[in-house]
Design a protein around this ligand. Structure first.
Ligand code: BGC
Length: 251
């Protein structure tokens, strides 16, 4: 199936047409800045230009969104406008675009892509996916099954800091942290997560995953830590896979 995968982030909105049978991108990836403030109306407008860029007028759309999402409704809003809390994201964006839009948490859909085609393929046990970007997103899979909407980037560490305000990519950039400064912060987070969840594998997504070599010596978890195979495209591919899954369920 060909589906437009859209990954809405706190900083950028990335999109491409995805072949869901193989997880490959069929169009060039586009990136548009997330409007500020990131309100439903503003994001709706941006989506129209994203659709134009991909000449997508009526086909299905899968969307990864940076919030806990229950049946298409946002429940949280950490890096987007607070007006999204309780907002029917899927219905509203379907109306705005004229396309059937399926929405799920951005880290959950990135995890779907990694479990189906990437670093978590064929992996049983507990797999933890952490997407590192404006926020810290998490997805937890047990024997290939997703526990949706884990918001573990908001965990408070034993230094009193909320994890995503301490170890995200945006914090690394804003505070101009060197790898040797930021790496121990991420390690603090990952070792805390390990002590709570005991994952068999940890997969890191987001732009920083391609730099894993630079900070992996600072990671001391017992579980292996690997980069997402799709790097920062996991969200786009996974959004399309999620939409396909939902569409098939309604057939
Ligand atoms: C949000 C999560 C999201 C993560 C990554 C967090 O601030 O609460 O829902 O998955 O950022 O975008």
């Amino acid at each position: 199936m060909q589906i437009l995968g859209i990954d809405v982030g706190g900083t950028g909105i990335k999109a491409a047409i995805v072949d869901t049978a193989t997880g490959t991108l069929l169009s060039e990836r586009s990136r548009t800045a997330t409007p500020k403030p990131a309100t439903p109306t503003a994001i709706g407008k941006t989506l129209k230009s994203v659709l134009d860029q991909h000449r997508w007028s009526s086909g299905p759309i899968g969307m990864g969104f940076p919030a806990a999402i229950q049946k298409g409704v946002a429940r949280t809003a950490a890096n987007i406008d607070a007006s999204f809390i309780g907002f029917p994201v899927a219905t509203y964006f379907s109306e705005q675009t004229g396309c059937a839009v399926q929405v799920a948490n951005d880290a959950d859909v990135a995890g779907l892509a990694e479990m189906r085609f990437g670093a978590g393929k064929g992996r049983d046990g507990v797999v933890l996916i952490v997407t590192i970007g404006t926020g810290l997103g998490t997805a937890v899979f047990v024997d290939g099954h997703l526990l949706p909407n884990t918001e573990l980037g908001h965990l408070f560490l034993d230094n009193g800091m909320e994890a995503e305000r301490y170890a995200s990519e945006s914090v690394r950039i804003v505070q101009k942290l060197k790898w040797k400064e930021w790496g121990p912060r991420l390690n603090h987070y990952l070792t805390t997560m390990e002590s709570l969840l005991w994952p068999d594998l940890i997969v890191l997504g987001g732009g920083v995953s391609k730099e894993l070599r630079k900070f992996s010596p600072l990671i001391t978890t017992k579980a292996p830590v690997v980069a997402a195979s799709f790097l920062n495209q996991a969200g786009i591919v996974g959004a399309a896979l999620f939409a396909e899954q939902e569409l098939r369920a309604t057939l």
